[in-house]
Design a protein around this ligand. Structure first.
Ligand code: CA
Length: 378
């Protein structure tokens, strides 16, 4: 499934790309509304994920423009916490759903899955044909008891076929759905990936499930899976799950590690934003807070509020949001507001230092997630 991401905050862009690619979606990214419009015109996206606050053309106007041109791709908006009116205007403009910053990334994944499910038959969260089972929430594929170890592209191909059971996809259409502009495939790529997928399906017991429609393309062969026995329970002769080959490392575990990497990678940028706030605090103490300094600090607070919660630093988001409200409000700052700002800057500084130590602790929960992902144990 191919997603267009329109977002201007670099930390958010990386975090969103990370979370979406961990689910095997392919993502094109643009940083302003006008490029978003151009991209949406030039490819067949399965979903558009966009921020409301964008340079050039804002998300709501872009949404309106897309809908008035007949674009029916699901649109998921990202809005700021306090902007209730943005959410209403966004939904009125034709957006399908919205998410509030700072983003809860597992919620984001769930909303994306829900939107991609719309219009697909059957609209069940797990895609299943006979004994073949693809679960988009765990990004795992199995045939009967046997897990299939697919590459991301093989997984995406299978997902595309399972979501559109009777449709024939030409190679061009497959390219449209599964590759981005940054990652243009070779002519033979689709063929090679289909071949890989077929081999793995065959090895698992699902031979000839992907049909070659001569001169047109590929599709899921009609009627496959029906000859499978109705009961899907394990026969007494089959080995218990504990004797099966180990599952590939949990996708969620890999993702958590990637997010920790992101946090480390962006410490510099976060420190810069914090510095803008510290500068404003110093200026307040000296009685010299200028308008540009105040504005810059306000913007920094806004950006911090948008991302800290995503790294499990919800307390930081709360502090940043309160600073943003004080700094970006019209009129002079009252003495008690200045005092409050100083306290908030101090608290945020402490919290982020503390957070650095937390981030270096080993990741937790991998075992738990593995158990959770196993349908046998649910
Ligand atoms: Ca923005």
């Amino acid at each position: 499934m191919r997603i267009l991401l329109i977002e201007d905050d670099e930390i958010l862009i990386d975090a969103l790309r990370q979370t979406l690619t961990s689910q095997h979606y392919v993502v094109d990214t643009v940083k302003d509304g006008r490029s978003g419009w151009d991209y949406a015109q030039s490819a067949e996206y399965d979903l558009i994920l966009m921020d409301v606050g964008l340079p050039g053309l804002d998300g709501i106007s872009l949404c309106q423009q897309l809908r008035s041109q007949g674009c029916s791709t699901p649109i998921l908006l990202i809005t700021a916490r306090d902007a209730t009116s943005d959410r209403i205007r966004g939904l009125d403009a034709g957006a399908d759903d919205y998410l509030i910053k700072p983003l809860d990334l597992s919620e984001l994944q769930a909303r994306v899955r829900a939107l991609l499910r719309r219009g697909t038959v059957p609209s069940s969260p797990v895609l299943q044909v006979g004994k073949l089972r693809l679960d988009p929430s765990t990004v795992q594929v199995s045939y009967g008891d046997q897990p299939l170890n697919l590459t991301p592209k093989e997984y995406s191909l299978l997902e595309l076929f399972l979501r559109n059971p009777s449709r024939v996809f030409s190679r061009g259409q497959i390219l449209q759905h599964l590759w981005t502009f940054d990652d243009p495939p070779l002519e033979e790529s689709v063929k090679a990936h289909v071949k890989g997928l077929r081999q793995k399906l065959k090895a698992a017991g699902a031979a000839d499930w992907i049909e070659n429609v001569y001169g047109i393309g590929y599709r899921l062969k009609e009627g496959v899976g029906h000859q499978d026995p109705q009961e899907t329970e394990r026969s007494p002769l089959a080995p218990p799950a504990s004797l099966l080959p180990p599952r590939p490392p949990s996708t969620e575990h890999q993702f958590n590690q990637a997010m920790e990497g992101l946090w480390t990678q962006y410490q510099g940028l976060i420190a810069q934003r914090l510095e803008a706030l510290q500068k404003a605090a110093t200026a307040i103490q000296a009685g010299k807070l200028t308008k540009p300094l105040r504005q810059e600090a306000g913007k920094a607070a806004h950006k911090l509020a948008g991302v800290l919660g995503m790294f499990e630093k919800e307390a930081g988001t709360l502090l940043a949001r309160e600073m943003e409200q004080i700094l970006l409000a019209p009129g002079m700052l009252l003495p008690e507001q200045e005092q409050r700002l100083l306290t908030l800057v101090q608290e945020l500084t402490q919290l982020l230092n503390l957070a650095e130590m937390e981030a270096s602790l080993p990741p937790e929960g991998a075992q738990l997630l593995l158990v959770d992902a196993d349908p046998e144990l649910q």
